[in-house]
Ligand binder design. Structure first.
Ligand code: NAD
Length: 243
């Protein structure tokens, strides 16, 4: 379908994993996609189609975020996908990890939302989609203190943006995946030493008995972008983790 034809989408962390799959899915849905990531090499692997433009953007850099949005012009759909996972409990976590997780997982979304909102408000139309996780305020997960705390903040910021602008044509929702196959998940499995045991443990916590695919999450992002009667929601897509 071409349901998102004439819509412009700005995606962060589109070089790999869910962000990459989403850039492709939005392009297939007919949107004009601006795929950004800090990793230029990863962006170079995106398919070369007319309605998908890739450019380097570090979402920690406020001036760069503003400049990127100025260059794109009209942003109809913002998908904030950038995020980082730190391991550890509250006692094991480093303060520097927590600060970094807040900067990348939470404040980066605030930067991009502030940059796109004035234009969306002028047109009284905009869809903002933020990447949270089931590991957030939805579910406490062992060994994920900094991550789960910041992803809970993503649900909070999503609901508060939704509440402030619900009468002005702006929708703001978030996605809460379970465990999804991605390059960084592969890194986390390898980092545990015994890859097969680590992989089996990740699969075991998913009642459907498998990991999610980035494409499954991307389909939900495209759906939410066009779901015009929903705002402020946290959409779980988690292989049955929260049943
Ligand atoms: P990933 O972690 O493999 O890739 C992350 C991407 O973010 C990389 O391309 C990286 O270059 C980019 N990035 C890192 N720092 C950046 C910065 N400062 N500016 C711009 N880009 C930057 O991909 P993933 O596992 O699909 O995760 C994507 C999002 O989904 C994250 O927010 C993650 O927390 C969330 N999530 C993932 C899972 C999972 O199981 N994979 C589950 C729930 C939520």
């Amino acid at each position: 379908t071409k349901s998102l034809a004439r819509k412009t989408v700005f995606i962060t962390a589109a070089g790999q994993g869910i962000g990459r799959a989403s850039a492709i899915a939005f392009a297939e849905a007919g949107a004009m996609v601006h795929a950004t990531d800090i990793n230029e090499q990863a962006l170079a692997d995106l398919p070369r189609v007319e309605n998908l433009k890739a450019s380097r953007l570090d979402v920690l850099d406020e001036a760069a975020v503003k400049a990127a949005v100025d260059q794109i012009g009209q942003v109809d759909i913002l998908f904030n996908c950038a995020g980082v996972v730190h391991g550890g409990s509250i006692l094991e976590m480093k303060d520097s990890d927590l600060d970094f997780a807040f900067d990348l997982n939470v404040k980066a979304m605030i930067r991009t939302i502030r940059a796109v909102l004035p234009g969306m408000l002028e047109r009284k139309d905009g869809a903002i989609i933020n990447m949270s996780s089931v590991a957030s305020s939805i579910k406490g997960v062992p060994n994920r203190f900094a991550y789960g705390t910041t992803k809970a903040a993503v649900i909070g910021l999503t609901k508060h943006v939704a509440a402030d602008y619900v009468t002005q044509g702006i929708r703001c929702n978030c996605i809460c995946p379970g465990t999804v196959e991605s390059p960084s998940l592969q890194d986390r499995m390898r980092a545990q030493g015994d890859y097969e045991t680590a992989r089996a443990a990740f699969i075991a916590r998913q009642p459907m008995g498998r990991l999610g695919s980035p494409e499954e999450i991307a389909d939900l992002a495209v759906y939410i972008a066009g779901a015009t009667y929903t705002s402020g929601q946290a959409f779980c897509i988690d292989g049955g983790w929260t049943i």
